[in-house]
Design a protein around this ligand. Structure first.
Ligand SMILES: O=C(O)c1ccccc1N[C@@H]1O[C@H](COP(=O)(O)O)[C@@H](O)[C@H]1O
Length: 208
């Protein structure tokens, strides 16, 4: 089973469409100064409009743990994704309240010691998160044994099959399913999520 997370959601209509098309999780960017940033109070109504069986993820970059917890509560999110250089102690603190995904940016092959980071899932991303920049998939090999490895970074409906062949816990996409910065493209979303459903032999899409 490979799950799909659609990240960088900024609009209610995109969130609802991704849910209808079978996404397992949606990501909201809480890193100020980045293109898809939303304030916690802007995320809250989107989160509340979603059904009970889709996971709401907050993406943070070097935000101190107490602020993460406060923003998660305001935005009504369920999983914290740490996308900066957060020390393990920060993740341990946040994990007392929420599951944590720790993202690592690949500028070369993944480092085996990342396996010991205290997180509920690990994510590998490109060097510039949210930019569509990818990396050679064999750079992931040192982490392949992790039971919950999420592949992100430069994924598109076109190159997704190569990532799915690695049978990760999940795949994660942001710019690769956009029509323009901050706006998801329904056709790309459909094409991406249909491939994940096909590899699982399931169909979570409510409308097909
Ligand atoms: O998407 C962003 O703007 C972003 C900002 C800050 C930290 C992480 C961000 N996005 C993460 O990067 C992956 C990959 O993005 P892409 O598909 O290559 O555009 C995205 O899924 C988020 O988890």
């Amino acid at each position: 089973m490979v799950r799909a997370k659609i990240c960088g959601i900024t609009r209610l209509e995109d969130a609802l469409l991704a849910e209808q098309l079978g996404a397992w999780a949606l990501g909201f960017i809480l890193a100020p100064g980045t293109p898809r940033y939303l304030e916690p109070a802007q995320i809250r109504p989107i989160s509340r409009a979603l059904g009970p069986f889709i996971v709401r993820v907050g993406v943070f970059v070097d935000t101190p743990p107490e602020e993460v917890l406060e923003q998660m509560e305001t935005a009504q999110l369920q999983v914290a994704q740490l996308h900066g250089h957060e020390p393990p102690e920060w993740a341990e603190h946040i994990r007392q309240f929420y599951p944590v995904i720790k993202a690592f940016k690949l500028k070369g092959p993944a480092q085996p010691d990342w396996l010991s980071y205290p997180a509920d899932a690990l994510m590998v991303d490109g060097a510039r998160p949210g930019s569509g920049q990818g990396y050679p998939l064999d750079w992931i090999a040192p982490l392949q044994q992790h039971p919950r490895l999420i592949i992100a970074g430069g994924l598109t409906p076109e190159n997704l099959p190569a990532a799915l062949e690695l049978a990760p816990y999940a795949v994660d996409v942001s710019s690769g399913v956009e029509a323009a910065p901050r706006l998801k493209d329904p056709h790309k979303l459909r094409a991406f999520l249909a491939q994940v459903a096909a590899v699982n032999g399931t169909n979570r899409n409510q409308y097909t």
